[in-house]
Structure formats: structure tokens, C-alpha cells
Design a protein around this ligand. Structure first.
Ligand code: HAM
Length: 426
């Protein structure tokens, strides 16, 4: 039995999402289904739990995610499981396991939902956070990258963003990467001792991550090195140039970020991030890129991929005010049955209004008319539908405009139209 004592609180780094704020999330998700759905992306729903090995082999053993951020535990039979820290690895696993290479290619997939990373808490950084992502599997062309970025741009524009920056870089192919790491190490060798302790470790385990270090001294040292984009081979160079060219013709502005690297190992060639200027350069609301070897490296067929994931928590934090207020402005209609005989007819009214898309809340706690009207004002209702015994018997109700204080009798059959008009200008 639960006794008194200390109240149980949520786990650090998780959040409770309450109404009406949850409405903003739902609206952003619905729009994602609509926009990405329009580009032909269909939802794939995958487990939150995966074998740990999946992330070690895809995200990369030496990454921060795998090295120190995963929620990994042994289940009751001793199997090592991990709460997914990202979505692409699961998509690749499911693609292989379900033989999806047999389907007409390319395949366009969409996913959204919670991800888990044990990170230091700060604004916009949570331990459970949500992503909205799309993946295009089965196309090596730069046009595929351009499509995915265009879909992203279209979605962000529909949310009302106009000042977001898409930063694009070329990580080259795996051979280029090896060459780049050699160049980087040669250039930094003389200053190796000046790097922070983390970067000393990265020097051995994952030198690319040195480019991403936030320690000022490391940043200074890195600023003088040759950017990765200058080291890449001709094919990779032509690929990303073409991505940029196609986007340019579509009016999608991207800015080259020659030092941008991503925190995951599977990328080749095209990589990008979207930053919201008001949150500063470090707050990335979306990251993505091309991963041509991932599926093959996991034991599947040679199927390339490209995609991105938006951090929904961060997206919602910087959403344009117009989108938020449009979503939050929605006001309900309060339905007030008066007397026991009116309860069922009042619920029938609610059903008929609800299917017409009018949001209602019915008084079901037995309040008087006066108390019911007070309650209606408290929940922000624009109107109250008062269902009195006599009116209901005659197929009518009273509609009270709660902003203007005016009352009219309306036939039940006309109610949806009447309320639709009333709500229009609120
Ligand atoms: P990522 O850059 O690791 O990429 O994450 C994508 C986005 O998730 C980030 O830009 C950020 O907005 C959000 N995010 C990451 N960690 C947190 C956190 N702790 N709290 C809040 N938001 C966070 C990926 O996950 C790749 N799977 C993206 C991708 C898809 N690449 C190709 N396809």
C-alpha cells in the first residue's frame, strides 16, 4: 500500500508535457505527417528497445552517444538492451529484418517519437527527447539528398520559420575521412599537449570529434586546420556541389560550413544541421546526412540512405509565435445540461458537434446553471450551450455568447452551423 512520505518525482531529464502545451506538439506532428506525407514518406513505428550491439555498430563505438550517453541495461535473461538514442539505426535494422529491399525502391520512411540519451541537462537538452525524422533508402544520387532537405525546408516554412540556417558540409567518403584525419593530426601534432583531456582521448579514439569540441583553446587550435571539405575526393565533391546546386534552383538557401562534423559515425558526403539563430550556434534543431554503408555494415544489402531528424523539443521551443498562438487560440464550447432528463440529449449534442470538429466540454459534475457558466468562463469557452428540459423537448437549446453576453435559441439541427460561425471570429 502507498503510504505518506516522499512524493515520487519524474526522472531527471524527462518532462511532463501538459495541455494545452501538448496541443502545440500535436499540431507540429500533424503538420509533419501532412508535409512529409505529401513528399511520399510513410510512417514506420519501431521499438524503443533495441539490442545494444545495433548502436555500437552503427552510431559508432567511439562516439559520445555510445561511449557515455546510452541507457543500457541487462534484461532478466542477461541480454544487453538499449533505449534507442536515435532512429536511423533502428530503421536500418528493420529494413534488413523485414526484407524491405524487395519493395519498390527507393523507400521513403517517416518516424517520430522518444529517444534517450544520458546527457548533461541544460536548456534544449533532455534525457528523453523526441525526434521527427525521415529517411530515403535506396538512392545514391545528390538529388535524393536535395529532396530530403527540400522536404525539411518546406516543413519549417509551413511552421512559419523564415530565419533558420541550413549549414551544409561535405564529409567525403570513408577513404577521404581517413586522409583528412591524417592531415588534421599532422597539423595539430605540435599542439597536441594543449588540447583538453577529452580531445587527448579523441586523438586516439575518434579524432574527428576534436573539431566539435566546445573548449575555447581547442576551438582556437582547430580554427587554423584545413577543413574536411577541402580534403575530399572529386566524386564526393561533385556530389555535394550538385546537392547545393539543386537546392539553389529550388530557392532553398544553405550555407557551407566547412568544419561541420556530426556526432555519429555512419555519415558520408552530405551532412547538415539547422540552427536557430536565437538559440545560438550550439543549439541544433535538426541534423542529418547521407549514410551509404550503414545497411551493408549491419549485414544487409548494399542500400544507401539519406535523411535527417528534427529535435522536437527544441523545435517547439523556437516555434514562431504565429503558429503557437494559432494552435493555442482554439476555444471550447461548454455544454450545460439542466436537469436529469437533459443529460443524454446534451451528450448527443456534444457527439454531433464533436464530429463536426467543434471542441466541446460537457458539465458532468452536477453544477447549477450559475456555477456552470462560471466554470465555462474558467475553461475559456467562447460559448455555452444550455440544454434546459423544455427547450430540449422542443428540439432547441439556448446558445450564450460568453464574450458578448448575448443569448439566442437555436434548433439542435442548426447548432453546428451557428457555433461554427460564432467561433470563426474568436
Ligand atoms: P542527431 O544530430 O544526433 O542526429 O540528433 C538529431 C536532433 O535531435 C538534434 O539536432 C537535436 O535537435 C535533437 N537532439 C539530440 N539530442 C538531444 C537531447 N539530448 N535533447 C533534445 N534534443 C536532442 C540523429 O539522431 C540522426 N539519426 C539524424 C539522421 C537521420 N541522420 C540521418 N538520418
Amino acid at each position: 500500500m502507498l503510504g505518506g512520505g516522499i512524493l515520487i518525482q519524474k526522472v531527471k531529464g524527462t518532462r511532463d508535457l501538459l495541455p494545452p502545451e501538448s496541443r502545440v506538439w500535436v499540431a507540429a506532428e500533424r503538420l509533419a505527417y501532412e508535409v512529409f506525407g505529401g513528399f511520399g514518406y510513410e510512417e514506420i513505428r519501431l521499438p524503443l528497445l533495441e539490442p545494444t550491439e545495433l548502436f555500437v555498430r552503427s552510431v559508432g563505438e567511439a562516439t559520445d552517444i555510445v561511449g557515455k550517453e546510452m541507457y543500457t541495461f541487462a534484461d532478466r535473461k542477461g541480454r544487453s538492451l538499449t533505449l534507442r538514442p536515435e532512429g536511423t539505426a533502428g530503421v536500418a535494422r528493420a529494413f534488413i529484418e523485414n526484407g524491405m529491399a524487395q519493395r519498390p525502391n527507393p523507400l521513403r520512411l517517416l518516424y517520430m517519437g522518444p529517444m534517450f540519451r544520458y546527457e548533461k541537462m541544460q536548456r534544449g537538452r533532455y534525457r528523453q527527447f523526441a525526434q521527427i525524422g525521415i529517411e530515403l533508402l535506396g538512392a545514391t544520387t545528390p538529388e535524393a539528398d536535395a529532396e530530403v532537405i527540400l522536404a525539411l525546408h518546406t516543413y519549417l516554412a509551413r511552421l512559419g520559420f523564415s530565419d533558420l540556417l541550413i549549414q551544409l558540409n561535405n564529409l567525403g567518403d570513408f577513404d577521404d575521412r581517413a586522409r583528412f584525419i591524417q592531415v588534421l593530426k599532422e597539423e595539430l601534432e605540435a599542439h597536441r599537449g594543449d588540447l583538453c583531456p577529452d580531445c587527448q582521448r579523441r586523438w586516439v579514439s575518434n579524432p574527428l570529434r576534436i573539431l566539435d569540441c566546445k573548449v575555447p583553446r581547442c576551438r582556437e587550435l582547430v580554427a587554423d586546420t584545413t577543413p574536411v571539405a577541402e580534403v575530399v575526393g572529386d566524386e564526393a565533391r561533385a556530389h555535394v556541389d550538385r546537392v547545393e546546386e539543386v537546392l539553389d534552383r529550388l530557392g532553398v538557401a544553405v550555407r557551407r560550413a566547412p568544419r561541420l562534423v556530426r556526432g555519429i559515425d555512419y555519415y558520408v558526403r552530405t551532412v547538415y544541421e539547422v540552427v536557430a539563430p536565437e538559440l545560438g550556434d550550439d543549439t541544433v534543431i535538426c541534423g542529418g546526412g547521407r549514410y551509404d554503408r550503414l545497411i551493408a555494415d549491419l549485414g544487409g544489402p548494399e542500400v544507401p540512405g539519406t535523411g535527417f531528424a528534427i529535435g522536437e523539443d527544441r523545435l517547439v521551443e523556437v516555434l514562431p509565435e504565429a503558429f503557437r498562438s494559432r494552435v493555442l487560440a482554439r476555444r471550447p464550447v461548454a455544454v450545460l445540461p439542466l436537469g436529469p432528463g437533459t443529460a443524454a440529449p446534451a451528450l448527443a449534442v456534444v457527439r454531433d458537434l464533436a464530429v463536426c470538429g467543434i471542441v466541446c466540454q460537457t458539465e458532468v459534475t452536477g453544477r447549477s446553471l450559475k456555477a456552470g457558466l462560471k466554470w465555462a468562463a474558467k475553461i475559456g469557452a467562447a460559448a455555452a450551450v444550455i440544454a434546459g428540459e423544455r427547450e430540449i423537448a422542443e428540439g432547441r437549446v439556448v446558445v450564450r455568447d460568453l464574450d458578448r453576453g448575448e443569448q439566442t435559441e437555436v434548433a439542435v439541427g442548426d447548432l453546428a452551423t451557428h457555433l461554427g460561425a460564432l467561433l470563426e471570429d474568436r
